[in-house]
Ligand binder design. Structure first.
Ligand code: C2E
Ligand code: MG
Ligand code: MG
Ligand code: MG
Length: 284
């Protein structure tokens, strides 16, 4: 009986591997088509400034709705895009599209800072800085409105090369943020070597902030660390008023999260800014 069951298990195992494999191939095929045809959209999540009590910037987040597969989360397809190299082409599109949109808002009298997620594969390409420079020229976006988000892990390999890339980017007048801060395999020494503007506290530390003394200690320390080093600090994943009041008390510079808004299609951003009064939420 045991033997029979074992055999069945093995069969089941094989067929489930095949399914996973087929699913991946299908996803890859659809992603390739979407990349060629630029079947993506960008949505923009507002970031609220504590001092100015208003929306100061937005983070561009890619969205993909495939005709066959439906909505696929970037958490799923960005890693695949990285493995297949498609991220280079996708990333080029994201960067240009986000900058065109930010320039539009700026021309309409809304100088919103735009944050763009950059994959390590893009960041490490020798032509990355010149692409950014080219897009600044082409779109006419003031460089101080562009913010590139990279993660700690991206900075750990080839530190000298990274330093040079970051210095060249800073030379263009743009901003650099560390995304998902606190979750990477990093040493803090890079913070004093690299020209960084902002730390984004990872949402995993915010999630249970009110019930977890360790998370409170970590978040408080990150805010202090940032301020002691003259960096700005943003909290990601802010979902409740209690989180806001904790973060405000510790002078976290900016908040981003579902409490304010999810990522919005471009045409919904201006109405959001006009219709909401972050003062009400922040001065609670
Ligand atoms: P991320 O850069 O850390 O982006 C923040 C993610 O948290 C977004 O998920 C956002 O929708 C979500 N989020 C924001 N506020 C809240 C909240 O209050 N609660 C919760 N539970 N979640 C919140 P999204 O859009 O699914 O993106 C996931 C990840 O995919 C991003 O994490 C980023 O690493 C990557 N990604 C998204 N767009 C791009 C892109 O254009 N290029 C690259 N290279 N990566 C991207
Ligand atoms: Mg991000
Ligand atoms: Mg990111
Ligand atoms: Mg993040």
């Amino acid at each position: 009986y045991a033997k029979e069951q074992g055999k069945n298990n093995i069969q089941w195992f094989h067929s489930s591997i095949r399914t996973v494999h087929d699913e991946r191939l299908l996803l890859e095929k659809r992603l390739r088509i979407a990349t060629e045809r630029k079947h993506f959209e960008l949505n923009y999540q507002p970031q609220i400034d504590l001092l100015q009590q208003e929306v100061i910037g937005v983070e561009a987040l890619i969205r993909w709705k495939d005709k066959e597969l439906g909505v696929i989360s970037p958490a799923l397809f960005i890693p695949l895009a990285e493995e297949t190299g498609l991220i280079v082409s996708i990333g080029d599109w994201v960067l240009e599209e986000a900058m065109i949109q930010a320039k539009k808002w700026n021309d309409e009298g809304k100088p919103l800072r735009i944050s763009v997620n950059i994959s390590p594969i893009q960041f490490q390409r020798p032509d990355f800085v010149s692409k950014v420079k080219y897009n600044l020229k082409k779109t006419g976006l003031p460089p101080e409105l562009l913010d590139l988000e990279i993660t700690e892990n991206d900075l750990m390999y080839n530190q000298e090369e990274c330093l040079r890339t970051l210095e060249r980017l800073k030379g263009l007048g743009i901003r650099i943020s560390i995304d998902d801060f606190g979750t990477g395999y990093s040493s803090l020494s890079y913070l004093r070597r690299f020209p960084i503007d902002t730390l984004k506290i990872d949402q995993s530390f915010i999630k249970e902030l009110l019930n977890n003394a360790n998370d409170q200690a970590i978040v408080t320390s990150i805010i202090q660390l940032a301020h002691n080093m003259n960096l700005r600090v943003i909290a990601e994943g802010v979902e409740t008023i209690d989180m806001v009041s904790f973060l405000c008390n510790r002078k976290c510079d900016e908040m981003q999260g579902f409490l304010y808004s999810k990522a919005l299609p471009p045409e919904a951003v201006a109405p959001f800014i006009e219709s909401t009064n972050p003062k009400k939420i922040l001065s609670y």
